[in-house]
Design a protein around this ligand. Structure first.
Ligand code: NAI
Ligand code: MG
Length: 393
């Protein structure tokens, strides 16, 4: 049956890479109708809303979104660029991605970090004899996407009743003389329901794709309540999964280990901010932003996107220099999600071939500094990389 996919190119290079992913989807005969939806900076400036209601309605209706990237800017710049007729009318900028995650409760974020053989950007290290080793990295980060330190419950100069609540905690003693105006508080809220959902999703993925371990990456020795809850749930849940081991690591130690022996890790689960950090860490080992794909999955709606942003400094370059692979891999995650795994595998195999052959590479894979001169140095355009992937399907 023909699928309906809501496409949100957004800003900058989002507009460049999303059409490339669609070319590849067409080339594997994925039968879909693509419905364009507006999102991003332009709609903030014009209408005071970067996530138009129409876009929300389209996602509500069709359930699957493919998203490029958006530009967001600090508060002052946002205010300055707002259409003069809207100024002073109480419009405040908020990130449409965060808005989308909150509105549809896209609480499960999956970020696979899997190295392609022959990618010059892969992590390498020396063995004891001084020879180079290139371990295969195959980690999938499950980041809780809606709560934790990014839940947005925070104050500067907290109201009296909030302060009074904090005063009841024995550890507040050291803050008791701090004037209210000198206090900033951000909370780390984790609910049992959301923690259970992300940990369940991780175990199910481990089972489906035959990973032998699931790691809870938190810091329960210090964050006894929130990290402690995550670990406790995981310890109960692992009993339902014979053949899968539960590991737990602390976020700080994990960041060290992933730069020493990243091949040891499979599925990793973490709270919002820790997941953000670990997934960037692992992405660096497999080629960085040009390769980092992601899925945001809720109970009804799912949105697939590369983790990179709109890269404004490259948006005007024509032909484009940026790597389309992160976007194409995000489209593969969409195919997996809707059960088209064969097509997804076919595309991933074609990408693997192109990377390994190394004949057609965007500037990042050639370790060049980005700019319009990269073609003289042998880099391929965005479109040439897509064409080569299609040729190898
Ligand atoms: P960015 O991800 O847009 O770019 C950082 C740098 O990474 C680029 O200058 C480029 O050198 C490289 N890069 C990014 N994508 C690449 C690709 N596909 N191929 C090759 N190289 C690539 O992050 P930056 O510069 O911090 O932010 C730019 C804008 O994007 C900001 O307005 C920011 O708020 C927004 N942003 C949006 C995100 C999203 O839409 N999910 C995520 C991150 C940033
Ligand atoms: Mg990030």
């Amino acid at each position: 049956m023909r699928k309906k996919i809501v496409i949100m190119p957004g800003d900058g290079i989002g507009k460049t890479v999303l059409p490339e992913a669609i070319k590849v989807l067409n080339a594997v005969d994925f039968d879909a109708e693509y419905i364009h939806a507006d999102i991003g900076w332009e709609f903030w400036c014009k209408d005071g809303n970067a996530l138009p209601q129409k876009t929300i309605e389209l996602l509500e209706k069709h359930k699957i979104g493919l998203f490029g990237a958006i530009t967001s800017k600090p508060k002052d710049a946002a205010d300055a660029e707002l259409d003069p007729s809207l100024k002073g009318k109480g419009y405040t900028y908020f990130s449409p991605i965060v808005g989308m995650r909150q509105h549809f409760n896209l609480d499960i974020c999956i970020r696979p970090c899997q190295s392609f053989k022959g990618n010059p950007l892969n992590f390498i290290r020396k063995d004891s004899k001084g020879n180079f080793e290139e371990p295969i990295v195959n980690a999938v980060i499950f980041r809780q996407n809606t709560e934790g330190l990014y839940s947005g419950v925070e104050w500067t100069n907290p109201p009296a009743n909030v302060r009074a609540a904090f005063e009841t905690h024995p550890k507040w003693k050291k803050f008791k003389d701090v004037p209210n105006e000198e206090l900033a508080i951000s909370t780390r809220i984790i609910t049992k329901n959301a923690a259970t959902r992300i940990i369940r999703a991780a175990f199910e993925y481990a089972k489906k794709f035959e990973y032998s371990n699931v790691t809870i990456c938190e810091k329960p020795n210090v964050l006894r309540e929130t990290s402690g809850m995550m670990l406790k749930i995981a310890k109960e849940m692992v009993k339902e999964y014979s053949g899968i081991a539960l590991w737990d690591t602390n976020i700080d130690a994990q960041m060290m280990w992933l730069t020493k022996n990243p091949e040891d890790y499979g599925i990793i689960v973490a709270e919002n901010m820790f997941g953000d950090i670990i997934s960037d860490g692992f992405a660096g080992l497999i080629g960085g932003l040009g390769f980092a794909c992601s899925a945001n999955i809720g109970q009804e709606v799912a949105v697939f996107e590369p983790t990179h942003g709109s890269a404004p400094k490259y948006q005007e370059l024509n032909p484009s220099i940026v790597n389309p692979i992160a976007m194409i891999l995000s489209a593969c995650m969409m195919l997996d999600h809707i059960g088209e795994t064969e097509k997804a595998t076919k595309i991933r195999n074609a990408i693997a071939k192109v990377v390994e052959e190394g004949k057609v590479r965007t500037y990042d894979m050639m370790k060049l500094r980005g700019g319009k001169d990269v073609f003289q140095k042998g880099a391929a355009t965005t479109q040439q990389v897509t064409d080569e992937i299609i040729k190898n399907l």
